[in-house]
Write a protein that binds this ligand. Structure first.
Ligand SMILES: Cc1cc2nc3c(=O)[nH]c(=O)nc-3n(C[C@H](O)[C@H](O)[C@H](O)COP(=O)(O)OP(=O)(O)OC[C@H]3O[C@@H](n4cnc5c(N)ncnc54)[C@H](O)[C@@H]3O)c2cc1C
Length: 380
């Protein structure tokens, strides 16, 4: 392969561009707005602890590989661009575990233990030592169900995106912003050009990494992708001091502490189409959760609220591979709740496949034409 056109400059598209350009491929990335301003900007930046072995499911292997790559990429990006991605191992505490429907990333005790992920079981005393500001109500429940994965990490996704964008430019990637792809020119089994608001772009290979909007673009070449947007809302809180050390998880809700006193409180899983606004109901629910975990958060400043659209395949597994019927049309999308986390491994394995190599993870599980069993429940 000599050149490639990537449509969508979120975490997935930029990571793929970075990886391909690192192997000498001439890459152009097109985005209809500025790079990294959709779901990849909106996400919380949780990087779960994971391990995998040969023989595990492809999803588990993708998670394990991503976990390693985030640590490595953070170092590489910092040394190449001078930009800190905010990657920090901060640990993650779970109060019991509630599997989210359609989310293939299992983080219940049994699964984590069977994978060999390091786990600390927490009683009240240990929890109080780790998180002195946590509420008495949470402490009371801890003996029953709390555990911690010390290797869980976080990234500051806007910083990560800035770093990858810069690293892409250093590797010669052409980034075209504020240009929308409207359709494609086809010749037999090839996509020969993308038609855009700024003319026609052609390349030997074309990859769709357009997040929640990939379904619409794939539809333009006759491919039906079983996916939909799932809205998530976040409230950004600010205190003068950092009172929380670990990421805290309780069912669908979490609190992600930033070292500079900010706390990201999330989230919702809403099946409301492409509506990206925040709502009173969700913000109220998230704020209630935050202050019930850490009473001091009741006095925090509400800095900002936002919503993003997760690109969710109906079975929660991403689509990574060729568009059926095409020899040069590719796709990487549908990562649902974990697209930031899974983006480096997605980029590495897809780049291997696109360059004609056997990918280090068997991608059959992620084929576009697999049988998709709809697991996502209507959550609106
Ligand atoms: C509230 C919330 C919390 C989250 N928390 C986490 C987390 O903690 N950890 C984690 O791993 N993941 C998290 N996620 C999920 C994660 O953000 C997504 O899975 C991931 O960002 C998807 O990346 P992407 O590159 O596929 O899509 P996006 O970031 O949405 O990028 C797609 C890009 O394609 C562009 N585009 C679309 N159509 C066109 C077109 N026609 N022409 C040109 N460009 C186009 C868009 O402008 C956009 O920039 C969260 C998501 C939300 C909403």
């Amino acid at each position: 392969m000599k050149d490639c056109l990537i449509i969508g400059a979120g975490a997935v598209g930029l990571s793929l561009a970075y990886e391909l350009a690192g192997h000498g491929i001439c890459v152009t990335v097109i985005d209809r707005s500025a790079c990294g301003t959709e779901a990849s900007w909106a996400g919380a930046g949780i990087i779960p602890a994971a391990k995998s072995r040969a023989g595990d499911s492809a999803y588990t292997q993708l998670s394990g590989l991503s976990c390693q790559l985030h640590a490595q990429w953070a170092k590489d990006l910092q040394s190449d661009t001078g930009i800190d991605t905010g990657y920090r191992q901060c640990g993650e505490i779970f109060f019991g575990h509630q599997q989210i429907s359609g989310d293939p990333l299992s983080r219940d005790l049994q699964t984590l233990e069977s994978l060999g992920v390091e786990i600390d079981h927490l009683d009240q005393q240990v929890l109080k030592k780790l998180e002195p500001a946590i509420s008495d109500e949470c402490l009371a429940g801890a003996d029953l169900s709390a555990y911690r994965t010390p290797a869980s990490a976080q990234i500051r996704n806007p910083w990560l995106l800035r770093a990858i964008r810069e690293a892409c430019l250093q590797r010669g990637v052409k980034i075209v912003e504020q240009v929308e792809v409207l359709g494609f020119d086809l010749e037999q089994d090839r996509i020969v050009a993308a038609e855009t608001t700024s003319g026609s772009f052609s390349a030997e290979q074309v990859c769709l990494t357009s997040g929640a909007w990939t379904k619409a673009l794939a539809g333009k070449v006759g491919i039906s992708l079983p996916m939909k947007p799932i809205r998530g809302q976040i409230v950004l809180l600010r205190l003068n001091e950092q009172i929380q050390q670990n990421i805290i998880h309780h069912g669908p809700h979490y609190l992600v502490p930033r070292p500079d006193g900010y706390v990201l409180a999330g989230t919702t899983l809403e099946d409301v189409g492409f509506e990206k606004q925040t709502t009173v109901k969700a913000v109220r629910e998230i704020l209630h959760f935050a202050s019930s975990m850490f009473p001091q958060l009741a006095t925090a400043q509400v800095e900002r609220c936002w919503a993003g659209l997760r690109p969710a395949s109906l079975d929660g597994h991403p689509f990574i591979g060729l568009l059926p019927g095409f020899s040069n049309g590719w796709v990487a999308t549908g990562h649902f709740r974990w697209g930031l986390y899974l983006s480096p491994a997605t980029a590495v394995v897809l780049s291997q496949l696109m360059r004609g190599l056997t990918p280090q993870i068997d991608l059959t599980e992620f084929r576009v034409d697999r049988h998709v069993l709809p697991l996502l429940q209507n959550t609106s």
